[in-house]
Design a protein around this ligand. Structure first.
Ligand code: ACO
Length: 429
C-alpha cells in the first residue's frame, strides 16, 4: 500500500502521509494541510476526524466490536470487576495480585470527602438534578488538592487517580441522599467498590443493611460496559479541557456536563421516560416508531442510533441478555422491558431504521436494569458517569503522560458579515 495520498488543489499536487492503526484503521494525516495549502478540512461534528492516537479502546462500528486494551468488553463484563477494569484502562494492563491489592486499598482508603463539602449540599434545592450536583462538586474537589494538580507530573497524577474514582462515587451517592432528604451514609471500607456505593445509596443510619451479591455483580457488569468508548462526546470534552492543562477534576467535571445531554449519556433517562409514556398510553409501540420517522416531529427513538455503530451495539447485547437473567434472579417482572423488546422488534423490521442502520445502543436497556437494582431514574446518567470515569481518567492521563498534548483548537469557516461598523444606539432600527 502507498504511504501517501495525493491531493490536487488548484493544479498543484500535495502528498499527504497515511497512518494505519494496529487494527487497520486508516487515516490521512492532514496536520500540515493548512500550512502547506492554505486550506483546512471541514468536518462539522468531527465524524471523519481522528483527534488523537490512542492505545486504550478499539471500536469497529460496522462489526460491533468493542475492546479495552485489546480485551473484548463481553469477556471483561463476564470475568472482571469494575476496579480491575479501571486499572486496565488507566494503566494499560491487567493488574497482578499486588497491583490490584494496592489499587483496591487506595480506593477504599480515599472514599471519604472533606467534611466541609457536606455543607455544599445544603445550598442545592431538593429538586436539583443529581448531575448538576455531581458536576459542580467534582470541580470543587480541585480546591482540596492544590498541590496535586500538575498534569505533567506522573506522581501527582497517580496521587489523584484513586481519589477521583473513589470520592466521585461518594459524591454521587450523597447527591441521591440529598434529593430524597435522607442523611448521608458514610462509606464502609470493608465493602467492595460497588457494594460500598450501593450501601451509601440505600442504607439508613438507623438500620443495618445487607447488600445483595446479585445486585453488586449486576452493577459491576454495568459499570464495566460503560467504562470507555474512545473519543465520544464526553471523553473528547475531557481531553479538550485537559489539553489546556486544566486539572483532572476540572476536566472530569466538564466531561460529566457533556455526558448529561440526552443525545449522549442522558439518553438512558430519556429512554425510560419514553417507555413509561408508551406504557401509560396503553403500550402501543407503533405510535412511537411512527413519530420517530416523522420528519416534522423532533421526536427520536431514544436509545436508538449511534455515530459509530452501524450494527447492534455490543453493549446493548450484553445488557439485554442480563436484563432477563438479573430480573429473573431478583424475582422481578417489568412491563417496560416487554415494551422495550417490542419496540426494538418493530423498529428493526422497519425500512426507515434498517436503511439508516439504527440499532439499540447502550442506553436502550440500561435503564430497565438500573430500575431493577432500585436505582431511581434521575440517577441513571450519574451511574453512567461513574462507569465512564476510568475511561475519562485513562484518556486524560494518556494525553498528558504518553501522547500528544497540543491544545485542542479546531478552526472554522466564517460565514458572517464581512464588513460592518458600530452604530450608536439612537441610529439602530
Ligand atoms: N430515531 C429516529 N431517527 C434517527 C435516530 C433515532 N433515534 N437516530 C438517528 N436518526 C436518523 C436521523 O434523523 C438521520 O436521518 P436522515 O438521514 O433522514 O436525516 C439519520 O438517522 C442519521 O442520523 P444522525 O443524526 O445524522 O446521526 P448522528 O451520528 O449525528 O447521531 C445520535 C447519533 C446522536 C446518537 C442519534 O442517533 C440520536 O439522537 N439517537 C437518540 C439519542 C440516543 O440514544 N443517544 C445515545 C447515544 S449512545 C451514547 O452516547 C452513550
Amino acid at each position: 500500500m502507498a504511504n501517501t495520498a495525493e491531493l490536487i488543489l488548484e493544479g498543484k499536487s500535495y502528498q499527504l502521509p497515511l497512518i494505519v492503526g494496529s487494527c487497520e484503521e486508516k487515516a490521512i494525516d492532514i496536520r500540515k494541510l493548512r500550512a502547506d495549502t492554505g486550506y483546512i478540512a471541514f468536518d462539522s461534528g468531527y465524524g471523519n476526524t481522528g483527534s488523537c492516537m490512542s492505545n486504550i479502546t478499539f471500536i469497529d462500528g460496522e462489526k460491533g466490536i468493542l475492546c479495552y486494551r485489546g480485551i473484548p468488553v463481553a469477556e471483561l463484563a463476564e470475568k472482571s470487576t469494575f476496579v480491575e477494569t479501571s486499572y486496565l484502562l488507566i494503566y494499560g494492563h491487567l493488574p497482578n495480585k499486588t497491583e490490584l491489592d494496592n489499587f483496591s486499598h487506595q480506593l477504599r482508603y480515599h472514599s471519604m470527602i472533606h467534611e466541609d463539602m457536606l455543607r455544599f449540599y445544603d445550598g442545592y434545592p431538593s429538586t436539583a438534578h443529581p448531575m448538576a450536583i455531581l458536576s459542580s462538586m467534582v470541580c470543587s474537589l480541585s480546591a482540596y488538592y492544590p498541590d496535586s494538580l500538575d498534569p505533567k507530573d506522573p506522581a501527582q497524577v497517580d496521587h489523584l487517580v484513586p481519589r477521583v474514582l473513589s470520592k466521585i462515587r461518594t459524591i454521587a451517592a450523597y447527591s441521591y441522599k440529598k434529593s430524597i432528604g435522607q442523611p448521608v451514609v458514610y462509606p464502609q471500607n470493608a465493602l467492595s467498590y460497588c457494594a460500598n456505593f450501593l450501601h451509601m445509596m440505600f442504607a439508613v443510619p438507623s438500620e443495618t443493611m445487607e447488600i445483595d451479591p446479585d445486585v453488586t455483580a449486576a452493577l459491576n457488569m454495568l459499570l464495566i460496559i460503560h467504562a470507555d468508548h474512545e473519543q465520544n462526546c464526553s471523553t473528547s470534552t475531557v481531553r479538550l479541557v485537559g489539553s489546556s492543562d486544566a486539572n483532572l477534576f476540572a476536566s472530569v467535571a466538564a466531561g460529566i456536563c457533556a455526558l448529561w445531554g440526552p443525545k449522549h449519556g442522558g439518553a438512558n433517562q430519556a429512554v425510560m421516560e419514553m417507555l413509561e409514556t408508551i406504557h401509560k398510553n396503553g403500550g402501543d409501540v407503533n405510535k412511537a416508531v411512527a413519530a420517530a420517522k416523522d420528519k416534522d416531529s423532533d421526536f427520536k427513538l431514544m436509545g436508538f442510533g449511534h455515530r459509530v455503530y452501524k450494527s447492534y451495539d455490543p453493549r446493548a447485547t450484553i445488557i439485554r441478555k442480563n436484563c432477563d437473567v438479573i430480573l429473573g434472579k431478583l424475582g422481578k417482572k417489568d412491563p417496560l422491558l416487554e415494551i422495550a423488546k417490542r419496540l426494538e422488534e418493530v423498529a428493526l423490521k422497519d425500512p426507515y431504521f434498517r436503511e439508516r442502520n439504527l440499532y439499540p445502543n447502550v442506553d436502550f436497556y440500561s435503564g430497565v436494569l438500573y430500575r431493577a437494582l432500585g436505582i431511581p431514574k434521575n440517577m441513571y446518567t450519574v451511574m453512567f458517569s461513574l462507569g465512564r470515569l476510568p475511561g475519562w481518567i485513562a484518556h486524560w492521563r494518556e494525553m498528558h503522560l504518553e501522547g500528544d498534548d497540543r491544545i485542542y483548537r479546531p478552526r472554522q469557516i466564517y460565514n458572517g458579515p464581512t464588513t460592518a461598523n458600530y452604530v450608536p444606539i439612537e441610529g439602530r432600527k
